[in-house]
Design a protein around this ligand. Structure first.
Ligand code: CA
Length: 197
């Protein structure tokens, strides 16, 4: 049996499409169509990954993400119809690991799911990034440079993965992850790690 994936989507047609494609790729799907059901199923089944529609009736996707994140480090791929950058950033900030925007291709969905599962099975990624930055306090590195220096030719991460790793680290390091004192964004340039003064 392949990894269990919880699909949370209130549009039956899209839920069905996602499930069929994931199952064709060898995964097993659990389905939920609203937030309460998703949280119940999540606690009961402890899936390997969650594909979560951001726009749900009732408890919305952001709140579902927040609550799952309180209990677990499960990879969360959010699905959003909204193209506003702020929604994606908010989603990443409350704990989603990656996002996919509707309409998406099956190939992209499967690739993102696989990448997240690969990353969560190799928990080292966050540590590698922190270790690299902590050894070079105050220096700014672009995402490209971080991919190159931290992971080299393995390329297990892409630019979005860097952003989600940074979000994860901030939730662990920062008193207020929304205005980081240590792991800072330098707009247009990249990230740097400041050491406590
Ligand atoms: Ca929806």
């Amino acid at each position: 049996m392949g990894s269990q994936i919880l699909v949370v989507e209130d549009d039956d047609r899209i839920a069905d499409l996602i499930a069929r494609n994931l199952e064709a790729a060898g995964f097993t799907c659990l389905m939920a169509s609203h937030g309460d059901q998703a949280l119940g199923e999540f606690t009961r089944s402890r899936p390997a990954l969650v594909v979560l529609d951001l726009g749900l009736a009732g408890i919305d996707g952001l709140e579902v993400t927040r609550r799952m994140r309180r209990e677990s480090d499960v990879p969360i791929l959010m699905v959003t119809a909204r193209s506003a950058e702020s929604d994606k950033l908010l989603g990443l900030e409350v704990g989603a690991d990656d996002y996919i925007t509707k309409p998406f291709s099956t190939a992209e969905l499967i690739a993102r799911v696989r990448a997240l599962l690969r990353r969560s099975s190799g928990q080292l990624a966050e540590f590698d990034l922190l270790y690299f930055l902590a050894a070079r306090p105050g220096r700014v590195f672009s995402r490209e440079a971080l991919m190159e220096h931290v992971w080299g030719s393995e390329r297990v991460v892409d630019e979005r993965s860097i952003d989600s790793l940074v979000s994860r680290l901030r939730r662990k390091l920062e008193r207020d992850p929304a205005s980081p004192a240590y792991l800072q964004t330098v707009w247009g340039a990249g990230y740097r790690l400041m050491t406590p003064a």
